[in-house]
Write a new protein. Structure first.
Ligand SMILES: Cc1cc2nc3c(=O)[nH]c(=O)nc-3n(C[C@H](O)[C@H](O)[C@H](O)COP(=O)(O)OP(=O)(O)OC[C@H]3O[C@@H](n4cnc5c(N)ncnc54)[C@H](O)[C@@H]3O)c2cc1C
Ligand code: SF4
Ligand code: SF4
Ligand code: FES
Lengths: 610, 246
């Protein structure tokens, strides 16, 4: 019999980023008992790193903005594969969710009139991103955290959930370990909300931290929920490329929003060379017009640097492949040039982009007010994820909800910058609300203790696996992780093909076998090797789902590019989402589901705004 | 590639010691990279906290060659590699294991402080009007990434161990961000004087020196708060005024 502590809740939230905290606050609004579990310390989740801003049609800077335009922008950005109901709710509710943060102490940058200031970002027609310099995520998570700690929520920091618990069809709780001593904890709950973030650690070059091992995706998958559109992994066009140790760290799109331009080794602004049809009417004709746009000229159209991320990333890859890259295999991102336009440029840059200034100064010895940065694509975000009901965020498993980056539907084939932070708030709140409702309306179900013993034994297996299998080549947890990252980067990265993806699936299968026998040294106390060994299962599961979905979508659309299928739609296939689930025999299944026809009133908006 | 030696604190509350690790170092590496390389290649079970690797989350605080710093923002270029680089956990907090300490006290302190309490909204849509220049100085405080390095160096906590009577510089910054918030209506001065122990701070400025966010903790947060406390509780004329205006 495994020994463990038990904690009983009405609602259990797994994850304490923006989505988890917002869900917890909502669930705790009544008198339910709410527990919150996270892998790191409170306030350190990925949300803290978001830089550019949170998108909401507040219309503080340009009164022409409205939820309808935000909706249309989101749908266009997602190549019309988004769940339209989610895009509608998101566009309608995000202004209130942002305003509410001010009531909890957040301090956004201000307009002249004293309201919340908004900035331009790729794919958004009007200045729409509420922000605080380039540390918006910090402001947001701190406001939620500082408000949340007074709502009676019980927080379990540095605890990792390794399995959901089910009783019959319903979710009944979760099983995890605390990092400090490695002791087990069982959480029983009437409803569970997954808010675990993304999957970036499946790739070698990423802006994501160790936490991003796709835990929520994998927990949900094993519990019987579906994953949709897993092939859509966002490669952010501007990550640092030099020095090697910082490769992948994000350079916010805010740099381009403030007037930064992309150039190649010939000094050419290559983004003007290729402007996708969907966007021709919205894109500037000349550098001059683009500059005016970034400075708030309402008659000007956006510079091509602010096209959607998938497109900008591909253009950068093209420049590098065709030999016009920067010395370390990227391109140049130049904000220093604005000194031609404004007199106090260095000071202006430092004020608008303080953390970028520091990041380059301290990590790369580069003064961005004087010289260009070198940038290249980095794995950043996953549009795909757990399939949920648009209104309630409930998954296919009764009582199991998901919100934030681990859930899917809003972003379709490509996410617009700033639409994630707003996603967390809008759907975090909804998940909390509906999870609370579910918990109130349904009787608690008893835990299945036999299942718990089996999970506990599995969790300790890495200590029991032999250190050596006699081959002298047995890989440790970090070796397996690195191998997986290299394979995913190489075979399931920006450019994919039938061949690369088939090979990837084979490699993943091999690594799965290795991972099952991986050995962890030491004991259960705060043992990073053991933790990494346990994360491997999630990483491998989601890697398989990404590769499988990428193989299924024989077309190049949004963030997904197939060298062997460059056309946007497979002839005759129509618009569809890919859906992955666990078959009764334990293997991974994939199918296509046609995208629902748009509601007439929403179709009208698209027809009108485009 | 060059080699360098890292002398890392290993062990737990029952006993710990420095262990030397030689590892390869290359251009642009920060201390956290070296620690990760050692962890991956030689010491899988080594405990270390990190998240962002870009100075934004405040997880990777440690003492490097005795200096409180973020490991992810300390470049090897700036250290002498002729001698072993020592990497130790923050000493003002109880050790959990290796480079990880128990910082939970900080979270308990914050929970006890009076939360943000705004005045009724200025506009019908539930929002407030604030001038940028009125919030600039609070935005400075809100840059705090809760790395707790300032808490680590403050002698009141580190040497005198007054954790029950003194909240430390991080939470003076937090108090200042609330007290000076243009729409907050709460008054926290009595707690600052009594349970929060602001009087213990003798303005050594060690906290300001180590803050990776360059927050001017002492001059901009602590001193103005001290002045407010004095104004409210010790200024004889104001005190009289209060007696009469009761
Ligand atoms: C550098 C960077 C900059 C960005 N900038 C922007 C921006 O400007 N605008 C924007 O809209 N978006 C931005 N994004 C994207 C956005 O920040 C993320 O998508 C978003 O913060 C995710 O929030 P979340 O609440 O879903 O998850 P997170 O904030 O990542 O939180 C996940 C939580 O789940 C916990 N967790 C995970 N697995 C487990 C487990 N097994 N057991 C227990 N707990 C677990 C983690 O500990 C963590 O608390 C940026 C992302 C990065 C990396
Ligand atoms: S200035 Fe005050 S708070 Fe800061 S380190 Fe010195 S005594 Fe501590
Ligand atoms: S005030 Fe500075 S040193 Fe102190 S916790 Fe905040 S960021 Fe760290
Ligand atoms: S890892 Fe986030 S501050 Fe160092």
């Amino acid at each position: 019999m495994a020994s463990y502590e038990t904690h009983e809740y009405d609602v259990l939230i797994i994850g304490a980023g923006g989505a988890g905290l917002r869900a917890a606050i909502e669930a705790a609004a009544g008198d339910l008992k709410v527990g919150l579990v996270c892998k790191s310390l409170l306030g350190k989740a990925h949300t803290v790193m978001a830089e550019g801003g949170v998108a909401a049609a507040l219309a503080n800077v340009d009164e022409r903005d409205s939820w309808r335009v935000h909706f249309a922008d989101t749908m266009r950005g997602g190549q019309y594969l988004s769940n339209a109901r989610m895009a509608e709710l998101h566009a309608k509710e995000s202004p209130d969710r942002v305003r509410e943060l001010e009531a909890w102490g957040a301090l956004f940058d201000r307009t002249q009139e004293g309201g919340i200031l908004q900035r331009n970002f790729g794919g958004h027609q009007y200045p729409r991103l509420a922000h605080v310099g380039d540390r918006t995520g910090l402001e947001m998570i701190r406001a939620l955290q500082d408000h949340g700690i007074h709502q009676g929520i019980e927080v379990h920091m540095e605890n990792t959930v390794v399995s959901l618990l089910k009783t019959g069809e319903r979710v009944s709780g979760a099983f995890g370990y605390e990092r400090e001593k490695g002791r087990f904890k069982v959480f029983s709950a009437n409803a569970v909300v997954l808010a675990t973030g993304g999957v970036g650690k499946a790739y070698k070059i990423t802006s994501n931290s160790w936490e991003y091992t796709g835990d929520g995706h994998s927990l949900a998958y094993h519990a019987g929920a579906e994953l949709i559109d897993m092939e859509f992994v966002q490669f952010h066009p501007t990550g640092m490329v030099w020095p090697p140790s910082v490769r992948g760290i994000l350079v916010t799109e805010g740099v381009r929003g403030e007037g930064g331009i992309l150039t190649n080794s010939e000094g050419k602004r290559f983004m003007f060379d290729d402007i996708p049809e969907l966007y021709v009417n919205q894109t500037a004709d000349s550098p001059e017009e683009g500059w005016r746009y970034t400075q708030g000229d309402r008659e000007a159209r956006r510079p091509p640097e602010l096209l959607t991320r998938d497109h900008v990333a591909r253009c950068i890859v093209r420049e590098v492949q065709e030999g016009r890259g920067s010395p370390h295999g990227g391109v140049f991102l130049d904000i220093a040039w604005i000194k031609e336009k404004i007199s106090n440029a260095p000071e202006h840059i430092r004020r608008k982009l303080p953390s970028m200034y520091h990041q380059f100064k301290e990590l790369a010895d580069i003064d961005i007010t004087q010289e260009p940065m070198e940038v290249g694509p980095t794995t950043h975000y996953i549009m795909g994820g757990i399939r949920v009901d648009a209104d309630s965020q409930m998954t296919a498993v009764p009582g199991l909800f998901a919100a934030g980056e681990c859930a899917a539907g809003l972003h379709g084939a490509n996410r617009l910058g700033g639409n994630s932070l707003s996603d967390l708030l809008v759907f975090g709140k909804r998940a909390g609300e509906y999870a609370a409702q579910f918990a109130e309306e349904n009787e608690a179900v008893p835990l299945d203790t036999a299942e718990i013993d089996a999970i506990a034994a599995h969790t300790l297996k890495p200590f029991e696996n032999p250190a050596d299998d006699g081959s002298g080549e047995k890989m440790g947890p970090y070796d397996i992780q690195t191998q997986l990252q290299e394979k995913m980067q190489e075979l399931v990265g920006i450019a994919r093909s039938q061949e690369s993806l088939t090979q990837a699936l084979e490699e993943i299968q091999n690594l799965r076998e290795q991972a099952e026998n991986v050995h962890a040294i030491g004991n259960r106390e705060y043992n990073s090797g053991w933790h990494t060994a346990l994360d491997l299962d999630c990483l491998i599961t989601i890697s398989e789902s990404i590769a499988l979905a990428a193989l299924e979508r024989r077309a190049s659309i949004g963030a997904h590019s197939r060298d062997d299928h460059p056309e946007k739609e497979e002839p005759g296939a129509g618009k569809y989402n890919t859906i992955v689930n666990k078959a009764p025999d334990g293997t991974m299944e994939i199918r296509r589901q046609p995208v629902d026809e748009l509601r007439a009133d929403l179709q009208e908006i698209i027809d009108e705004i485009g | 590639m060059a080699k360098a030696t890292f002398r890392i604190w290993r062990g737990n509350a029952d006993g710990a010691e420095f262990v030397d690790y030689d590892t390869e170092v290359s251009e642009g590496m920060v201390v956290l990279d070296a620690v990760h390389r050692i962890q991956a290649e030689q010491a899988n079970d080594m405990a270390v906290r990190w998240n962002c690797k870009a100075g934004k989350c405040g997880s990777c605080s440690a003492e490097i060659n005795g200096q409180p710093k973020l490991m992810c923002m300390t470049r090897l270029n700036d250290l002498s590699l002729d001698e072993p680089v020592t990497v130790e956990p923050m000493r003002a907090f109880p050790l959990i294991k290796d480079l990880v300490t128990d910082v939970s006290w900080n979270f308990r302190v914050k929970e006890k402080m009076k939360p943000f309490t705004p005045r009724p909204p200025d506009a019908e849509d539930g929002t407030w009007r604030m001038e940028q220049e009125d919030i600039d100085h609070i935005q400075e405080f809100r840059k705090c990434i809760e790395c707790f390095l300032c808490q680590d160096v403050c002698h009141v906590l580190r040497e005198h161990d007054l954790h029950d009577e003194f909240i430390g510089p991080r939470f003076f910054v937090y108090a200042a961000s609330l007290e000076m918030h243009p729409i907050d209506t709460e008054n926290r001065l009595e707690e600052l004087k009594d349970s929060d122990g602001i009087g213990y701070c003798n303005i050594t400025k060690c906290c300001t020196k180590v803050c990776p966010e360059h927050i001017t903790i002492t001059d901009n947060a602590i001193i103005p708060l001290k002045e407010r406390v004095v104004d409210q509780f010790y200024d004889p004329i104001k005190k009289l005024f209060r007696v009469f205006s009761r």
